[in-house]
Ligand binder design. Structure first.
Ligand code: ADP
Length: 253
């Protein structure tokens, strides 16, 4: 903008200048609108479990209960508190201003060992759902990616792939080289995503309808984190999915 603000020499230039200022104002306005929406959604997401914990505890002190009832309600409240802690951690990641960190190459790590590390963290969940995980790595000699953002991307996409996969299915992680850069595909056999939902899944707090009936828990922030991390390191993410069949996330690092 600084460059553009010079005295226009004629009407056409004045018109162009006013159009570009208008465009800029529109973008600022919609960014402010998005921030407002985000704050209001975040408050709502935290207010809901707080009121439900409050309600549960109020019921508990009103009259004497059986031991089982106490345990039940306290465990429920603890579960809600855990959920709130996850939301808060995720919000902090999204709010953190880490400009500068993204170009810090000293924080790079070897991609195969990063993928191995992420897979290891999900051993118990994979076992519990009886999911067979296959990791193929071809022609990937010593690729380095950003440790912090690379981890954020791989961890969240893999967590979803396991969470939304059918029990007993196969999950494939495929690492290849394209134009001398690493490309990771995470391919699950699971509930899939409706076509009209695909453009929305990276929006904060978006969750496909009906998930709660399937008892799949989540906050709707995982993919916003993926998007922020991808933008920070210039990675591109593609999603393709078939409802009730499965989903493929392709990450071009
Ligand atoms: P959540 O905590 O709900 O998983 P995310 O931001 O990680 O939040 O994902 C947003 C939504 O995208 C999910 O609620 C789900 O509807 C959809 N989604 C993401 N990954 C997958 C996947 N691998 N299979 C099916 N649906 C997915």
């Amino acid at each position: 903008l600084k460059k553009r603000v010079q005295l226009p020499e004629n009407k056409d230039e004045l018109y162009d200048l006013s159009m570009s200022i208008n465009g800029l104002l529109d973008r600022i306005e919609s960014a402010i609108q998005r921030e407002r929406q985000f704050t209001s959604d975040a408050s709502h997401e935290l207010r809901t479990p707080i009121s439900s914990i409050r309600g549960t505890l109020e019921v508990l002190i009103r009259k004497e209960r059986t031991r089982e009832d106490y345990e039940d309600k306290i465990n429920y409240s603890l579960g809600e508190i855990d959920r709130m802690s996850i939301i808060i951690e995720q919000l902090l990641f999204l709010a953190r201003n880490d400009e500068g960190h993204s170009i810090d190459n000293s924080r790079e790590t070897e991609i195969v060992s990063l993928i191995d590390q992420v897979i290891n963290e999900y051993t118990a969940k994979l076992k519990k759902k009886n999911i067979q995980l296959v990791f193929n790595a071809k022609e990937v000699n010593n690729f380095q990616i950003h440790a912090y953002y690379g981890y954020a991307i791989l961890n969240n996409v893999l967590e979803n792939a396991i969470k939304y996969a059918y029990s007993g299915s196969t999950l494939i992680i495929d690492l290849k080289k394209k134009n001398s850069k690493p490309v990771v595909k995470i391919i699950d056999e699971g509930i899939g995503i409706k076509e009209e939902d695909i453009p929305k899944i990276f929006n904060p707090f978006f969750r496909s309808e009906g998930l709660e009936h399937k008892h799949i828990k989540g906050t709707g922030l995982g993919l916003s984190i993926v998007q922020k991390a991808a933008q920070a390191i210039g990675a591109k993410i593609e999603v393709s999915s078939i409802k009730n069949r499965g989903t493929t996330f392709t990450i071009h690092f």
